[in-house]
Design a protein around this ligand. Structure first.
Ligand code: ZN
Length: 365
């Protein structure tokens, strides 16, 4: 399946190391990972693990985009820290969405390439199109660092081309940022040991990726479509909360604070009915179709597009009002990307073919 990818120059190194990491994930001397980049004012520091050995580079803070690499693992640094993007956009002519990548960089990039979002060198070729990545890039698989730097770089390229890449927070981003490593691939424990840093340090606020993730949103509204990792509970519409309020309270309380525990609405948003955990469009107790309609009416949308609850493939429920896009990429074997063009949804398959999304998938639980 990956033969085509192995011919590609940009992806070659990543896949090579991803492959070696997969094959020997229990052996610290086989670990390739990084970079982890620390913003230390005028001098920055980058750390890698190359074949089980710690490597480091100290360099001047970048004043323009700068490519940084060591033993085949690179990062395109920005000169400015990331800003929190807006959460409302008009509908573009072309839109794609993918979710729950879970450290499976090869399947993720294969899908983007098969559907013309990136070219064979891994560069944005989606023009003014927009790509939504609906959370859970972290955990389970062995290539989360590759996926994160790739998204970080692609977001800059999309912006330059007049397009957009929206990265949304999933429960696994929030877990890792808050020190919950239950689902982390063993490789990353070796990384922390070899670098001599606690895991929390690698995504701290003064790291490039840590700062970027902390500036990401939990939802985005694009035209009449709303994207969120888990889903919005009907109570959010009944209680008349706005998308701006939900996003603001969620992101302002992203990090747990032992002295200042999350309370009230902030606590609600970070618990099981909140936007990164909710499963009520698929699992009991199910939201009713009237509740889905209430959500649509209150938030001024037609369709809710969610990940988090894994499906055999991209599918729709509630007569097309909800689309589920966690297509099981986490298994590392297969997956799909949602495509939207001329007001129609398609399932984009790994071989580059597309299937119109049927709106009449039976409800089953
Ligand atoms: Zn999830």
């Amino acid at each position: 399946m990956y033969r085509m990818l192995l011919l590609l120059p940009w992806l070659y190194a990543c896949l090579l190391f991803a492959g070696s990491a997969t094959a020997h994930n229990d052996a610290p001397e086989q670990v390739y990972d990084g970079p982890y980049v620390f913003n230390q004012g005028s001098i920055w520091q980058a750390l890698w693990v190359c074949g089980g050995q710690a490597k480091q580079l100290r360099f001047k803070a970048p004043t323009r985009p700068q490519w940084l690499s060591n033993c085949g693992m690179g990062a395109q640094l920005r000169a400015e820290p990331a800003n929190r993007p807006p959460i409302n956009y008009p509908l573009p002519a072309k839109l794609a969405a993918i979710s729950d990548i879970h450290g499976q960089f090869p399947v993720f990039t294969q899908l983007l390439m098969a559907h013309g979002i990136i070219d064979v060198s891994g560069n944005w070729q989606f023009g003014h199109g927009q790509l939504v990545i609906s959370g859970d890039v972290f955990d389970r698989g062995p290539t989360q660092t590759e996926a994160l730097w790739f998204i970080y770089r692609l977001q800059q390229q999309a912006q330059t081309a007049g397009g957009k890449l929206h990265l949304l927070l999933g429960n696994h981003e929030v877990m890792v940022l808050n020190g919950d490593y239950r689902y982390l691939h063993d490789k990353y424990r070796h990384t922390a040991d070899i670098l001599g840093y606690p895991l929390a340090r690698l995504y701290a606020e003064d790291t490039v990726l840590g700062q970027w993730l902390r500036s990401s949103n939990v939802l985005v509204k694009i035209g009449n479509l709303l994207f969120v990792h888990g889903g919005l509970h009907p109570d959010l519409a009944k209680e008349q909360h706005s998308l701006e309020e939900i996003n603001q309270v969620f992101t302002q309380n992203l990090m747990k604070d032992k002295r200042n525990k999350r309370r009230g609405f902030a606590r609600y948003l970070h618990k099981k009915h909140g936007p990164i955990w909710y499963r009520g469009y698929f699992k009991s107790p199910l939201a009713s179709e009237a509740e889905i309609d209430l959500l649509r009416q209150h938030f001024g949308i037609d369709t809710l597009i969610v990940g988090h609850t894994t499906q055999p493939h991209i599918l729709s429920r509630y007569h097309g009002k909800v689309i589920a896009i966690d297509s099981g990429i986490k298994g590392g074997e297969t997956g799909e990307i949602l495509l939207y063009e001329n007001q129609r949804f398609y399932r984009g398959l790994l071989d580059g073919s597309t299937v119109p999304l049927s709106s009449e998938v039976a409800l089953s639980d």
